[in-house]
Design a protein around this ligand. Structure first.
Ligand code: ADP
Length: 241
């Protein structure tokens, strides 16, 4: 699915968080939303997901206007900044959550859900932790569970808000590989938010650079280095790193 964002404006009180943002996210690509803190990345991601509504503008998935569609009906996977696992549910129950919550007509049988959860647990290599609770897991394990949960309903679009922000360097590196492999295996259209330039350049097929509620550049990582105005990107990202 392609994602098209057209003339999105969003204010919080007097503060213009997004300023007439238009953007095309190509199907099957892993796109990084890169920019300093407060540049509007999370707000844009949440508007694409339907977790937040824009003041004006449109969001379409493969040409279909979804602006008014509830998050539940957009069939997207979403991974939050701090895992956001349900504490009172086991790992298996967390992964099953999206499937259990489907309207009855679309909901697989209990046996099918159990099978799907088993496959996802294998995929994230945590089948032995199925009955643990989130508090008993490491940060990296929690984020793998969050990834599995987000794709359980087989969405075409995967959105991730600073997915590795809370993890240490070694785990971050491993999880980047996880995300890249997942993305490549399932051909999602994926967008991840980051303020880490290295992460964006290493992991993505396309980098969208944001600053103060505006999209400043859209480039492939290699082009970002090659462009004559690339200094702009690195100068301004220099403020972050
Ligand atoms: P980023 O993800 O790039 O750090 P955000 O999209 O989170 O940026 O935020 C952009 C700006 O909008 C920030 O200045 C933030 O304080 C403000 N903002 C975001 N969400 C809210 C909210 N719910 N209420 C008020 N201000 C908000």
């Amino acid at each position: 699915m392609t994602i098209t964002v057209d003339g999105i404006n969003k204010r919080f009180g007097k503060f213009q968080a997004l300023n007439n943002v238009s953007l095309n996210i190509p199907e099957g690509k892993l796109t990084a939303l890169l920019g300093p803190s407060g540049s509007g990345k999370t707000t844009l991601l949440r508007i694409i997901a339907g977790l937040e509504s824009a003041d004006s503008g449109r969001v379409s998935f493969s040409g279909k206007d979804v602006t008014k569609l509830h998050v539940r009906d957009r069939n997207i996977g979403f991974v939050f900044q701090h895992y956001a696992l349900f504490r009172h549910m086991t790992v298996a129950q967390n992964i099953a959550f999206g499937l259990d919550s489907l309207p009855r007509k679309q909901r697989p049988s209990k046996a099918e859900i159990q099978k799907r959860v088993g496959e996802l647990l294998e995929m994230i290599q945590l089948p032995h932790l199925a009955n643990r609770f989130p508090a008993q897991l490491s940060g990296g394990q929690k984020q793998r569970v969050a990834l599995a949960r987000s794709i359980a309903t087989q969405p075409k679009i995967l959105l991730l808000d600073e997915p590795f922000g809370a993890l240490d360097a070694k785990v971050r590196k491993d999880l980047r590989r996880w995300l890249r492999n997942l993305h490549d295996e399932f051909h999602f259209t994926s967008i991840f938010v980051t303020h880490d330039q290295e992460e964006a350049l290493e992991l993505s097929d396309q980098v969208v650079v944001m600053s103060q509620g505006n999209v400043e550049q859209v480039n492939e990582p290699t082009e970002l280095y090659a462009r004559p105005d690339s200094r702009f990107v690195f100068d301004f990202l220099g403020q972050v790193n």
